[in-house]
Design a binder for this molecule. Sequence first.
Ligand code: ASP
Length: 334
Amino acid sequence: MGSRRRFLIQSFLGAIATGFGFKYGFGSVTYSDPNYPQKSEVTSPVIISTWSHGLAANQAAWNVVSSGGSALDAVERGVNVSEADPEVSSVGYGGLPDASGNVTLDACIMGPDGNAGAVAFLKHIMHPVSVARKVMENTPHLMLAGDGALKFALDQGFKKVNLLTPEARKAFKAWKRSGARYAPMANWENHDTIGLLAIDQKGDLAGACTTSGMAFKHPGRVGDSPIIGAGLFVDNKIGGATATGEGEVVMKTLGSFLIVELMRNGMHPQEACEAAIYRLTETTHVHKNMQIGYIAVNKNGEHGAFSLRPGFQYAVFENGQNELLDTAFLMDWE
Ligand code: ASP
């Protein structure tokens, strides 16, 4: 039995996957019946997000939806928490810098009306996702990058701040001392992008994704997190998905869009996340440090998550309870 299948069988969710798995397996995807999900409509809000810092983000998002606020406000308020947290070294303030020592941020947001906004390679702004929302609402564009994004943010009233915390500066100096080898890797220590999906009391869906990207990345590098369809995708009729991990692979396979399309064709969010991970193994060289994680929720509030390797977790706030769940995975670290 191959190691891929073995690891699937070791987990409960993996066991579900084997039931469906060889339908899409390692060959081309065979769609399930093209029915929309059958469960009845959502009666209470659901929030899901990536990684353990998703718990605090979920709480902030929950506070919005539980008091009748919109999913769009919820996802922004939610990920704003991680962006401002100096302890989260992969998002916003406190994020690890690029190979030149600059903290550069990528973020996007997508609402139930199908509108979206994004910023890439943005410096000096504490809340890139809020700038992304302004791009969506106040410009005819989807994405602004670099100096233009910064100018826009300042014009919109955002304040210029120093995002490099003493801890991040220390980590950067240690990396330089270690030989400053240019080899950014999405291993479990440095890929903790927050992606958050929310369903509000009206049943509307929104999503947001924000990151400082891979630690010590090449200056100018932009990952999947601000790319609609890659790091995040929402279709208010179907569901939403968001990604963390090696952005280059997520972009090449348009993972979040793929997951939403698979849900559109009848897959449960869990199956769809698994299928998207399988899919990338068909077209991508899976190197030994590669990690990718996806989370997804459908219109009915059913959710799922799956990762290439062990270690990925996602936070779920539903029925008044916020908890961190381990995800099933495809293969072990080599
Ligand atoms: N997906 C992010 C990127 O490639 C990394 C992460 O998840 O932290 O920039």
